[in-house]
Ligand binder design. Structure first.
Ligand code: ZN
Ligand code: ZN
Length: 447
């Protein structure tokens, strides 16, 4: 029997009535006030507002002035377990996810050791099944140790529950090897998920190559480091008819390459992070190591192209690339600091504040793009529909907060949005039918 795709620790099934909440689910055509009854972890009724009355053992949640959305899906997180639990583990990482409104995350295999064989993947899944507050899916490595030399036993990893394969953190530089991986992917299924970077171009770089890197005298990474290898791999995916997902697009030329490959009917998809949508290399001027990530924050023209790509659908979904690092690891000179920012707890509020409130994109589009990651990995998309398992998040779009002011649920605090004033706060997340997060101040009417 095949391993289940997702694992999490079993919580108690939610029983609650959310009264007079604004329900928004673009896929279901829902956008208006309703009463939503969740019974035994399932969505059992969606009714006219004010028509459902409380029953015994049902908690009442005041929904007026709040929104009920499908829980978000993050197809790209680093939970750091096994081996780097000083940065994060399944419990803290999924607590951060739930606090950000996420009801499903996909964990990267570049742990210590790398998840490059079935026994390692199985034991990580076992740990997640004890510790994770929201369902976690896993990718296995494409190459042994993610060293880009020898393919893993991809079919065995699939059999042990891998949703796909990635060497994230590194590219698969050898085109012949990637071609072989594409052939195996066609045989065993799953998604080949690619971090695109040409080390011969990025080596020695700590930030985007441009006017800011020149002014600071810091080694730059040119955008062609990403886009040339992405174009190569899109071509290979088309040639082998493989299923490829491109991670964390960061520049205009990559958006163009994805658009061109999609026009030709290739089986490709792409993601973008909140930080690449909202920040540029100008944010690196102060040499704050929280602004150091891979791929680096690029130019304003790149940022604009990413937003347009997300709007048009060339880019399918938002992914945080949540990458926790301990304080002592980040508190070093910029060029020595590890790359990565956390992002689960700020993703929705940052994008709502910076893209939806100014009118750049619609809230419904943001919700669609923050949930689309599930379908890309052949997982069921959270839906607000009677009979579905409750995977929902309740948000207060009026609430203002300063990111990080009360600390973080994540074990790490290297968040590039720390200190920003944001609008939109997650009050409650229900994942796989259980309450995974409840904002401290968010009390119930009665129980
Ligand atoms: Zn990456
Ligand atoms: Zn990553």
């Amino acid at each position: 029997m095949a391993a289940p795709a997702l694992v999490h620790s079993d919580g108690s099934a939610a029983n609650l009535l959310v009264r007079e909440v604004h329900v928004l689910d673009p896929r279901e055509g829902l956008d208006g006030p309703a009463d939503v009854l969740i019974g035994n972890g399932l969505i059992t009724q969606v009714a006219q507002p004010g028509t459902l009355s409380p029953k015994e053992h049902i908690e009442i949640v005041e929904g007026r002035g709040r929104h009920l959305l499908p829980a978000f899906v993050d197809p790209h997180v680093h939970l750091r377990s096994p081996g780097q639990e000083h940065k994060e583990d399944f419990e803290t990482g999924t607590r951060a996810a739930a606090a950000g409104g996420f009801g499903l995350v996909i964990a990267m295999p570049n742990t210590d050791p790398v998840l490059d064989c079935a026994p390692l993947l199985r034991s990580a899944r076992e740990a997640a099944s004890r510790e994770a507050r929201v369902p976690v899916g896993f990718l296995g490595a494409i190459t042994r140790g993610s060293n880009g030399v020898e393919l893993t036993e991809m079919a065995e990893l699939r059999g042990a529950g891998a949703l796909g394969f990635t060497d994230d953190g590194r590219p698969v530089s050898d085109a012949g090897l990637l071609r072989k991986a594409l052939r195996y992917q066609r045989l065993c299924g799953g998604v080949l998920t690619l971090h695109e970077e040409d080390p011969s171009l990025s080596r020695g770089g700590s930030m985007h190559e441009g006017a800011v890197s020149a002014a600071l005298g810091i080694g730059g990474i040119p955008t062609v480091s990403e886009s040339t290898i992405l174009a190569r791999d899109a071509e290979l995916a088309g040639y082998e008819q493989g299923r490829v997902h491109f991670q964390h697009l960061s520049c205009e030329s990559s958006v163009r390459a994805v658009a061109a490959a999609k026009e030709r009917g290739f089986l490709i998809s792409a993601e973008v992070t909140p930080h690449h949508l909202l920040m540029t290399d100008e944010h690196v001027r102060e040499l704050d190591t929280r602004m150091k990530m891979n791929p680096p924050l690029a130019a304003e023209s790149d940022r604009m192209a990413l937003i347009e790509g997300l709007r048009s659908g060339v880019i399918d979904c938002v992914a945080t690339d949540h990458a926790p690092h301990a304080r002592h690891e980040k508190e070093v000179p910029f060029e020595q600091a590890p790359m990565g920012t956390t992002g689960l707890e700020t993703a929705f509020a940052a994008l709502y504040t910076e893209l939806v409130l100014p009118g750049t994109i619609e809230l419904s589009l943001l919700v669609e793009r923050m949930t689309a990651g599930a379908g890309l990995f052949e997982l069921p998309t959270p839906r607000i529909e009677i009979g579905e398992t409750a995977n929902v998040t309740i948000v207060d779009l009026q609430s203002e907060w300063v990111a990080g002011e009360h600390g973080w649920e994540s074990r790490s605090e290297n968040c590039c949005f720390a200190g920003r004033r944001l609008r939109g706060r997650v009050l409650m997340t229900i994942a796989a039918g259980s309450v995974a997060f409840r904002e401290r101040a968010f009390s119930v009417v009665s129980a």
